[in-house]
Write a protein that binds this ligand. Sequence first.
Ligand code: ZN
Length: 448
Amino acid sequence: MKLIALLALLISFNSFANLHQAPPTLDLSRFTKGVFVDFISAKSLITYDVTKKLSAVETTIIFKQEEVGKPIFDLVVEPKNVVLNSMRTSISTQTVSMNGTSTVRFLDEVLGVGTHKMVITNLITKNLAWSTGSVKSAFWMSDLSDRRYLEQYLPTNLEYDQYKMDFEVKIIDAHYDHNLYTNGDIKELAKNHWSVSYPETFTASSLYFHLTKKGVFDEKRAVYTSIDGRKIPFIVYTSSRASRYLNSALEVVAELEKDYGPWPHSQVLIYGAGSGGMEYCGATITSSSALGHELTHSYFARGVMPAHGNSGWVDEAVASWRDGGYRGYNTYNLSRTKMAGHSVYQRTTDRAAYSKGMKFLGYLHKRFLAKESFKVFLKSFFERRKFKPFKTPEFQKAIEDFYNVSLSAEFDKYVYGKSGIDMRSSKNMVEENKYHPRLTEKELLNLL
Ligand SMILES: [Zn+2]
């Protein structure tokens, strides 16, 4: 029995080994390589000390390395302490530019092929606010700026990697009860003390986390029966009217299930913040007008997941295509872009996705409409690629196989930028989507 359990565990780990989707190895010096690794698990103990106004995290990461070199991961802040393979002394880390496109952190120690353990301690400093006897903390993220996923708060890997995360969250010396809104399996161990277990399909961009004083928000819950029979909890909290968000969420999820199949997550968690739209797995911070857009991202973005920045355009194109009522477009509506033609180290989504990417999908829709709506292809892509991070060439090949055509000329021109790109026209200066405004640090803090 034990052996079967162990085998099952190994198989499940292997199915999330995505090292083949990692960027190319970096040359740190003439003789030293920076190697991308495969995280197996990460356990974080997160403490908030209300008296000291200090939040510290200790994360134990088990990872596999398939090449000799210094292991790459990411954490934006400088770690306080790093211990490797139970050695006594702390190991330093450094950051390095990836061809000028992005930055990552690496352990300053050459490691061999095999499984390793590192324990990293760091402070949380972003999107954190202290009051007398209470704390507010959120792991807000963005796919439009570099290094804005989980690495802002905890040590994590790049988006290609999926691994099991477990948290223990503890508030020390609080005078009030707190609520933890998060998209994992949460257990209250004691007052202001929780454990949370997240699915092993999660990546650096999956996790929603918002800790706040109890009673601050209007909260509504409901249970929705999915088309596959599962009972799915809906949790809505907001400082405006929760029922308004809840009613439209129930409607939108029913619509999405009809088009793309059963809701892929174990809950629907909505923070009706009035702005700040961002998607997470089965969760969102949103305004009421962006709610449909953000919930669509639970299928495309956080269901079908981009492996890196060059595939991020697909989910914004799909969500925006839905926003516009799934319209068809002609070639003369299209623009040449390089949405998927950036560096292999790109980690952010090209903003051309909202309008130009959306029109490209609308063009494919119109082109194959005699057969059926492009939504039918998207549904099949979702079913096959759910929770398996993908790159744009795989998306292209899936469309080509589905319709039995070659689309190299179209992808080269409109997606990979192989014949140059069309500059923004004056009436289309704003590539920013109204659902994903770029917020300042202060605005993000105000959403706590
Ligand atoms: Zn979006």
